[in-house]
Ligand binder design. Structure first.
Ligand SMILES: NC(=O)C1=CN([C@@H]2O[C@H](COP(=O)(O)OP(=O)(O)OC[C@H]3O[C@@H](n4cnc5c(N)ncnc54)[C@H](O)[C@@H]3O)[C@@H](O)[C@H]2O)C=CC1
Ligand SMILES: O=C([O-])CC(=O)C(=O)O
Length: 329
């Protein structure tokens, strides 16, 4: 066991429902691999510390060989001390009838102090993955307040949308989901996102050709993916948790694992102006990883329909950014 690696991971919202599905998968080795010992820094707000102790007791009771230690805290200095990854989940989820953007004023204030604390206390290789909604703009707030941490270390989650879209295409075409590839989610993790069926592939062929029903792709497909979070809230009475945790595992692995040749994954990253998206927006793009860093896939084509859809989600993110100017300047 001499050459075991080590990783120190902070998780905020650690007593919440997503974390309850996620932490056990991290501690078992599923996220970082069976050659990596994990330290978990579990961060919660004071009123949830007792519940968090219960979660930690359950983690103890799993006797996970790879879980080296846990630190429970409501203090950001302790929570982010020396961490290599920050998984920022903690925030308030939306209720029926709300858009994710309605959470901006409630949740925006959480991410400024967290960005500052990450810059001060985290390890120099820290990467920050934001899940708490509205996740794109929360990631922007954290990034803008994390002086000295390179902007390409910040990510927001559009992977759940990618996974949802892949399953819809697989079901419609009657194939197993692993035949679907090249599924890009453009823009915001919101009801304006554009699940890009034009560049998606099924069994290596253009999805549009395989499905042969452009009206379904433009209509029901897109709206099912855009509104899936709301449909889950409606059915379950609370927002997606296990599927969100699963998408966190997929996303984080996709950042440090080289992407399969010819494919890409969806992540919201800091725009450098690719595809005309304003620089600095935290924008959902198709990306590839070399195992160390990710870059946006360039050169994909879009017809007028796609261009309009991308313009709409860009406009929404630009609007969200202007709502939080006081937190990012
Ligand atoms: N990006 C995505 O695809 C998805 C994002 N989400 C978002 O993830 C967030 C968490 O969802 P759930 O776990 O279901 O909510 P939850 O309410 O079950 O848990 C959130 C936890 O965060 C804690 N918290 C609140 N403020 C905090 C702070 N400042 N520091 C640390 N912890 C804090 C709360 O005490 C609570 O335990 C929500 O904003 C939800 O909308 C959910 C699903 C998918
Ligand atoms: O819809 C919500 O509020 C939770 C979420 O982000 C999702 O399920 O995609």
């Amino acid at each position: 066991m001499g050459d075991m690696k080590k990783v120190k991971v902070a998780v905020t919202g650690a007593a919440g429902q997503i974390a309850y599905s996620l932490l056990f998968r991290i501690a078992s080795g599923e996220l970082f691999g069976l050659d990596t010992k994990v330290t978990l820094n579990l961060i919660e707000i004071e009123p949830a510390m007792k519940a968090l102790e219960g979660v930690a007791m359950e983690l103890d009771d799993c006797a996970f060989p790879l879980l080296e230690s846990m630190e429970l805290s409501s203090d950001l200095k302790t929570g982010f001390d020396g961490i290599n990854w920050a998984l920022l989940i903690g925030s308030v989820p939306r209720k029926a009838g709300m858009e994710r953007r309605d959470l901006l004023s409630v949740n925006g204030g959480i991410f400024k102090p967290q960005g500052e604390a990450i810059a001060r206390y985290a390890a120099s290789d820290v990467r920050v993955f934001v899940v708490g909604n509205p996740c794109n703009t929360n990631a922007l707030i954290a990034r803008k307040n994390a002086d000295g941490v390179p902007e390409d270390r910040f990510f927001a989650m559009t992977r759940l949308d990618q996974n949802r879209a892949m399953t819809q295409l697989a079901k419609k075409s009657g194939v197993a989901v692993d035949n679907v590839s090249n599924m890009a989610i453009w823009g915001n993790h919101s009801s304006t996102q554009f699940p890009d069926f034009e560049n998606a592939r099924i069994g290596g062929e253009p999805a549009e050709k395989v499905i042969g029903d452009r009206a379904w792709l433009e209509g029901e497909f897109i709206s099912t993916v855009q509104k899936r979070g709301a449909a889950i809230i409606d059915a379950r009475g609370s927002s997606s948790a296990a599927s969100a945790a699963n998408a966190i595992v997929d996303s984080v692995r996709s950042i440090f694992t080289p992407t399969k040749d010819g494919d890409w994954v969806s992540l919201a990253v800091c725009s450098k102006g690719e595809y005309g998206v304003p620089e600095g927006l935290q924008f959902g793009f198709p990306v590839v990883s070399d195992g160390n860093s990710v870059r946006v896939v360039e050169g994909l084509s879009h017809d007028d329909f796609a261009r309009q859809a991308i313009a709409k989600t860009t406009e929404e993110l630009t609007g969200e950014r202007s709502e939080v100017v006081e937190l990012i300047s």
